[in-house]
Design a protein around this ligand. Sequence first.
Ligand code: AMP
Length: 230
Amino acid sequence: MSKGEGEDSDTENSSHHEGRIRSFKHERGNWATYVYFPYLPEEEFLELLDEMLALAAAHGVPLSRAQDFHLSMSQTVVLRHHWIQPFIQSLRTGLSDCRRETLQRKDVIEIFLCRLVCSAEKLRVYSNAEKTRTFLGMEVSSGHSQLLQIMKTVDGTMEEFRLDTFYKNPSFHVSLAWCAGDFTDCMRTCLQKLQGLVDCHEDGRFLLRVDCQELRCKSGNKIFSFPLVC
Ligand code: AMP
C-alpha cells in the first residue's frame, strides 16, 4: 500500500485508494506525509510473500501485497502545502544535529559512522487506530536503539509543527500486506502457520534486512532524501 498518493485533489474516491478508508479528512492542499526507510524487496522475499498471501486467503483473510515496502519512522500526518519546505528543513537540521551529538559521544552506538542494517523476522498483526485496515508486518529485531534515536529526532520536527509524534510503544516493522476491515482476530489464528513459512524457508529462516543508510520523507507525490551515512 502506498500512503501518500492522491493528494491535492478535492475528490474522495475510494476506488482510487484500493478501497481504503482515509483516516483524515481530505482537502485540497493537504498532503499526507510520512518519514521512513525504504525496503527494496528481493525476489526470494516476494516469493515467500506470495506463499503467505495464499495461506492467509485459505484462512479467509483477503490480504494484498503492500505496493511499496518501508519501515515507518513517523505516523502519517497532514501537511499544508506551504509547510512542506520548512518541515523538510527542520528534519534536515534535526538529523544533522543528531549526527553531530552522536559523533561527540563515544558511548553511544554510532548510527552515522557505521552503516545501520536492521533485521526483521517475526510476523505481527497491526491495525490502524480506527481499525479500518489490518496489516501483516515483520517486526524489527535488531537496531531498535538506533531507530529510537532517529524517531526522537523526527518527533522533534513533528512537535515543532504540532503534529502527532510516533507511538509511545513503537513497534518498528515493515508491513508486507494489508486488507480493508478488522481482520486482527482472524489473522492471529493463522499467524503461527504464516511464521512457519518464514522460519522454514528454503535454506532456513528468512531474514528481512533493511539498509538504513537513507531516510526518506514522502509528502503527497514528492520524495525527499536524507542520507545518514558519512
Ligand atoms: P505502516 O506499515 O508503518 O504504515 O504501519 C501499519 C499500521 O501499523 C499503521 O496503521 C499504524 O498505525 C499501525 N501500528 C499500530 N501499532 C503500532 C505501533 N506500536 N508501532 C508502529 N505502528 C503501529
